[in-house]
Design a binder for this molecule. Structure first.
Ligand SMILES: [Zn+2]
Ligand SMILES: [Zn+2]
Length: 343
């Protein structure tokens, strides 16, 4: 089959590789769409250490079942499917408690790190265990289904908010996850939603996503504006989708006393936190990792048009043009729209 292989850091090759073999509990999927994730772009140059060559990246995908293993039940060749980007074991303590995102034996599709190598979906075919598959509703396209993975991250974060109805929220960082979060919070019944980002670009998409205000920190004082918009109280919930020291400190500053900060972004491994502000404002800081079981709700929300993932889809291209797209993404960090490859 043809695949886009990371043969060395910063070097992708569109080349022939052997077709994947399937085990008794696995299915072979003919990939139709696979989104390029920020983590693929960051992994591409070796900076994260999570895409060690050689590897086929790609974990936001959809396709058609080609073949099923002998023990697989409930699936047939021809079924339209998407899949969880986490391969969880269903047996460890976390899995048994329903936290499959925290599985002790988790492997992420399209990742190769110190412990494992799991080829991804920038290829014509991918082999995956049947228990991570989800059926795509008829009125959801393969490209839309490839957006499920990032949407599920937004749903999971929104699920961390105990009382969303009418509550005020800020989303700090408006990459794809941040933009999907804004749509998700709007759907959840939040009240005022304030988007906070660095530059002015894509403000229109952010407002279309359901934000009431969009503050650009490059030329505006976010803390002051949020204070004015909330009668000096701050917002009930802050969703952090950037993951660096500056943005996390801003979250703490704009959060209401006894408010919640849900941390999704994690580009910096370590940050310094203002301990006294956290304690004296009695803030609830909480991490949100990937997703655990939100896929059906995401597929349903797309099918019912409660969220519009098309708003975020930018370029579509054949897999053979993957090299060009990666190069573009790598050299232009301002382009926030999703690029999708169609093998
Ligand atoms: Zn991703
Ligand atoms: Zn597990």
């Amino acid at each position: 089959m043809k695949a886009l292989v990371l043969t060395e850091y910063k070097k992708l090759e569109y080349t022939d590789v052997p077709d994947p073999e399937i085990g008794p509990d696995e299915v072979l999927i003919r990939v139709k769409s696979c989104g390029i994730c920020g983590s693929d772009v960051h992994g591409y140059d070796g900076s994260t250490g999570r895409r060690r060559p050689p590897v086929i990246m790609g974990h936001e995908a959809s396709g058609i079942i080609e073949r099923i293993g002998e023990s697989v039940k409930g699936w047939q060749p021809g079924d339209r499917v998407t899949f969880d980007s986490t391969i969880y074991c269903n047996e460890c303590e976390s899995c048994r408690r329903g936290y499959v995102n925290l599985c002790s034996n988790r492997k992420v599709v399209g990742v190769s790190c110190e412990d494992y190598r799991q080829d991804g979906a920038f290829a014509e075919y991918i082999a995956l265990p049947a228990h991570i598959l989800y059926r795509i509703p008829d009125n959801v396209s393969f490209d839309q289904a490839a957006m499920i993975e990032p949407l599920s991250v937004a749903f999971h974060a929104a699920n961390m908010a105990p009382h969303p109805l009418g509550a005020s929220a800020a989303v700090v960082g408006t990459g794809k996850i941040g933009m999907l979060l804004i749509q998700t919070l709007r759907m959840y019944g939040f009240g005022t939603i304030i988007a906070i980002k660095h530059s002015e670009n894509q403000k229109d998409i952010i407002m279309q996503s359901g934000a009431d205000h969009c503050i650009c920190t490059a030329n505006e004082n976010a803390a002051e504006i949020v204070s004015n918009l909330t009668a000096g109280q701050g917002v009930d919930y802050v969703f952090e989708a950037a993951g660096n020291e500056k943005t996390i400190n801003l979250c703490i500053e704009i959060c209401k006393r006894n408010g919640h900060i849900i941390l999704v972004g994690n580009s910096s491994p370590n940050v310094t936190l203002p301990l006294q502000a956290i304690v004296t404002k009695q803030l609830h800081l909480c991490g949100s990792c990937a997703s655990s079981g939100e896929y059906p709700a995401c597929l349903d929300a797309i099918a019912r048009k409660l969220v519009n993932v098309d708003l975020l889809i930018g370029t579509r291209a054949p897999l053979s043009e993957g090299l060009v797209l990666f190069d573009k993404l790598y050299n232009n960090h301002d382009n926030n729209l999703k690029m999708i490859l169609n093998p």
